[in-house]
Design a protein around this ligand. Structure first.
Ligand code: AMP
Ligand code: MG
Length: 416
């Protein structure tokens, strides 16, 4: 049985980034992962332009002016935003200019409108700004040829603004990983089927699908498979023909009907992990299939069936692997936040324990509040709105109320 850090390290070693690329558009780019460094042959700003509504002037002409002795200049042209000025300013001249408009040749400074007085074809400059005031110089923010966004970046709205600005409209991104999701167990029924005694509604498929979708991967939902070797073999051998990652839940513990490991062995998978010293979620199978020489191995995660165990295993082990496999360059691991626990926390045994609850920001520090109700791995009801799981390392129990604990963040922190 591996420790949690050992399992994490091994999983991150096995998971290799997909290399297939595709091109996407600005409107589809959110959360996609750049497959190349982006550079542009444009400077930014593209050209010298005004940061104010006012007058473009030559600093030399106005440097001695003041409210009592204004500089008086001839207004020889007007440059609205979007226009290309046709006139070059010579001594004694100014151009009426508006925010974002291109600076005429000869001008080097902009005087804001509020510090001027217009009189017919002339303008009185009442106050002298510093030299080059309110001019956004070409190339001060970005110079052509520099790298503007790096390969492996998960694109966010500001990044998309940058891509638009540098006119990168065919954006090279990695293709989305295809993730097949499979539930195993003869007790499982679909949520819309009538419940018969002994049955359980398959909730894992939907929770896992939501998690995978939220990561920007493509979900293939398989039909639930009963605890029969043949059916399981068929389902898994089919899924590995098209998926990059297969996630199953159930059937990985040591019960008579837990067939996942047996099927993986029959299908010649390389089984890397069978169990991890973690609670919830001890049985965890991680395997790879070398399907073809050309493509990289298919990653298989056999998660435990208990709904909480399945989710915790996903957050702790599958999510980092999926981030790396998707082409994300860094930040694969979960985020851990130091928080004060409101309640005392207890964990038994020799396994790193994850206790679910609420992470909030209160009075300048993070606080963890344990979910009420039973902390059984079969109880998914009190998992509602979980955004953090307190991590109790082996032999660190109990933790007193008010003590600091590391909390794995799995959702947005509450700010009451
Ligand atoms: P297993 O890991 O197959 O031994 O399943 C452990 C427990 O999780 C059993 O009580 C199952 O009924 C339950 N379980 C297994 N799969 C699912 C699922 N897809 N959705 C909800 N509960 C499940
Ligand atoms: Mg089962």
């Amino acid at each position: 049985m591996l420790s949690v850090p050992e399992a994490e390290a091994l999983i991150l070693k096995i998971a290799q980034p997909l290399t297939d690329q595709e091109v996407t558009s600005l409107l589809e780019a959110q959360q996609r992962i750049l497959a190349a460094d982006i550079t542009s042959d444009l400077d930014f700003p593209y050209w010298d332009n005004s940061a104010m509504d006012g007058y473009a002037v030559r600093y030399e002409d106005i440097k001695a002016c003041g409210p009592d002795h204004p500089a008086i200049l001839d207004v020889v042209t007007e440059v609205p935003a979007g226009a290309c000025p046709s006139i070059s300013l010579v001594p004694g001249q100014a151009a009426r200019i508006f925010t974002g408009a291109m600076l005429p040749q000869g001008a080097d400074t902009v005087v804001m409108q509020e510090n001027t007085k217009r009189q017919g074809e002339q303008v009185h400059i009442l106050q002298c700004p510093r030299p080059q005031a309110f001019v956004r110089r070409r190339g001060t923010y970005y110079q052509a040829g520099m790298s503007v966004l790096q390969q492996g970046t998960v694109l966010t709205p500001p990044d998309i603004a940058i891509l638009a600005t540098v006119q990168c409209t065919n954006i090279p991104v990695y293709r989305r990983p295809v993730v097949a999701i499979l539930s195993t167990g003869s007790e499982l029924i679909a949520p819309d089927q009538p419940l018969q005694p002994g049955q359980i509604v398959d909730s894992n498929r939907y929770a896992l699908a939501a998690l995978v979708q939220a990561m920007g991967a493509e979900v293939r939902l398989l039909k639930p498979v009963g605890d029969q070797l043949d059916a399981l073999r068929t389902a898994i051998s089919d899924a590995i023909t098209y998926a990059d990652v297969v996630i199953s839940s159930g059937g990985v513990s040591v019960g008579d009907y837990d067939y996942v490991d047996q099927v993986l062995a029959e299908l010649k998978a390389n089984i890397h992990i069978r169990s991890v010293a973690v609670k919830p979620g001890k049985p965890l199978t991680v395997a790879t299939f070398s399907v073809s020489q050309a493509s990289q191995p298919v990653l298989y995660f056999g998660l435990p069936g208990n709904p909480v165990s399945a989710l915790v295993s996903f957050w702790r082990f599958v999510q980092p692997a999926l981030r790396k496999l998707s082409g994300q360059a860094a930040n694969w691991r979960p985020t851990f936040i130091e928080a004060r626990t409101v309640q005392p926390l207890t964990a038994g045994g020799q396994r790193e324990t994850y206790l679910w609850g609420q992470l909030s920001l209160k009075a300048g520090h993070y606080e963890f509040s344990l979910a009420g109700g039973s902390h059984s791995s079969g109880n998914l009801i009190n998992l509602a709105q979980t955004n953090g799981l307190a991590v109790i390392p082996v032999e660190h129990s109990p933790v007193e109320a008010g003590a600091w604990v590391s909390v794995m963040q799995v959702g947005t922190v509450n700010i009451p």
